[in-house]
Design a protein around this ligand. Structure first.
Ligand code: HAM
Length: 436
């Protein structure tokens, strides 16, 4: 009975074997480099937070999927399902008086009790970027352009952005006097692409025929020619001032992206909604054609920090789903960036030479090489065939005669050639061969 439990991970949880771990860490490294390039400082927040904080604006669907429990002190806590609430908490409290704009980066694992399937796990990873203090379109454009640069740097191509604006739909609903709770329920249905349900809820809220037609019109409006879609959106919402403002804001963001050199394909969806409830402005996701799940998503949220007791501090951010990016890189067959470093193996001919093998390995590591030592007590020939099997590039053989003369044997595994080299020249010799 016990062995069947010990033999598997909990449903939705995964082990990362070396190749997958390497790919995930590669994505993390590039995310951190991108954060530095754009001036985002890393912050590390706890995996466990108060339930009320995490649940406040996460949205009905995400709320149901939180890992919630009472700790031994009787506190109702949860595993974080995202970073944004924790970062907004920091900005409302410890970083309240930090000069703005405030650019913050986080990376780590998150937990949602989603139904496990391709690209959907219960423990997953995000690289998260948030920009606080500016309500201007240049802040939204910065986040989208950062996302673009990051995706290029990890070697992904053929991706596109889906962009919408929560303010368009909410602008229409607010002008119709629909309260926030009802708006949230409608937005949740739209996020799940349950258009008919959304229209039904809108009808039940007593909204006008004009409002229903406006929603239907917006739901039909999408396309990859932003100026044309913006024009259509202006026309559809022309009688709703709040929504018009949102369309103009969306237009400014896209103009800025284009004039700033972002050439990535943009699909505008006028009826686009996201499950998280805190969004107040532009929202966006990134897709590749081979996968119908978002590789990242984000948007503007101007009221969250205030809700957590901070001032009126607007925010905009994005979270890149590292697991899905890893899958996308794998699908593209991209191994360039994640290939393992050149490895060396040091093999003593006999056990009495182990000390010399350790010293040689240390010297090579100090010179920057990745070095293993034969630790299985195998003969040289068996160690060499194992090195071959594992893709080791060079072996350094420590023999009694050579070491007495301060020399070792350097073997190029792929070419099956070996030379005797002075120990003092060994690092240089390996570097020379590596460059050939
Ligand atoms: P989100 O859309 O919920 O947004 O998640 C962002 C990304 O995390 C998704 O696009 C996806 O790649 C990945 N992701 C989400 N759930 C899973 C899962 N169960 N398994 C694997 N990957 C998953 C947020 O989390 C917001 N906090 C983004 C944001 C930042 N908005 C403003 N600032």
């Amino acid at each position: 009975m016990l062995s069947s439990i010990f033999g598997q991970t909990v449903r939705g949880m995964r082990d990362f074997l070396p190749e997958d771990a390497r790919r995930l860490r590669f994505i993390e490294r590039i995310a951190r480099e991108t954060a530095e390039l754009y001036g985002y400082d890393e912050v590390i927040t706890p995996t466990i937070e108060y339930y009320n904080l995490l649940a406040a604006k996460i949205g009905e669907e995400n709320r149901k999927r939180m890992y919630v429990f009472e700790d031994l002190g009787g506190r109702k806590v949860a595993l974080r399902p995202e970073f944004t609430a924790s970062i907004a908490r920091l900005v409302a409290t410890k970083l309240r008086s930090a000069p703005k704009p405030l650019r913050l980066f986080s990376v780590g694992s998150l937990y949602r009790y989603d139904e496990p399937q391709f690209g959907r796990y219960r423990e997953f990873w995000q690289a998260n970027f948030e920009l606080f203090g500016s309500a201007l379109p240049e802040a939204d454009a910065e986040i989208i352009s950062l996302m673009d640069v990051f995706l290029k740097k990890i070697g992904l191509d053929g991706y596109s952005f889906k962009i919408g604006h929560v303010g368009v739909l909410r602008g229409v609903f607010s002008d119709e006097g629909i309260d926030e709770d009802k708006q949230n329920s409608i937005m949740q249905r739209l996020d799940k692409k349950e258009w008919e349900e959304a229209i039904k809820l809108l009808k039940e809220s007593g909204s006008s025929r004009k409002c229903l037609n406006t929603l239907k019109g917006l739901l039909k409006t999408s396309g990859k020619d932003p100026p044309c879609i913006i024009k259509k959106m202006r026309e559809i919402v022309k009688e709703y001032p709040g929504a018009i403002e949102a369309v103009e804001n969306l237009n400014e963001i896209i103009d800025l992206l284009r004039s700033g050199g972002v050439e990535t394909e943009i699909l505008i969806e006028a009826g686009f909604a996201r499950g998280l409830e805190y969004y107040t402005g532009a929202i966006f996701e990134v897709y590749v054609p081979e996968m119908d799940i978002a590789l990242g998503g984000g948007g503007r949220y101007d009221k969250l920090v205030e809700l957590f007791g901070g001032g009126k501090i607007p925010g905009v951010g994005v979270a890149m789903g590292m697991d899905r990016l890893s899958l996308a890189l794998k699908k593209h067959g991209s191994t360039i960036h994640i290939s393992a470093p050149t490895k060396l193996l040091v093999v003593p001919v006999e056990r009495s030479l182990l000390g010399e093998a350790f010293k040689t390995a240390s010297m090579l590591r100090e010179s920057g090489f990745c070095v293993e030592i034969e630790t299985m007590g195998r003969s040289v020939s068996r160690a060499l065939s194992d090195a071959d099997r594992r893709g080791i590039a060079f072996t350094v053989i420590i023999g009694p005669r050579e070491i007495k003369e301060g020399k070792v044997v350097l073997r190029h595994m792929a070419e099956r050639k070996q030379i005797t080299v002075d120990l003092s020249e060994l690092p240089e010799k390996i570097s020379q061969v590596c460059q050939c």
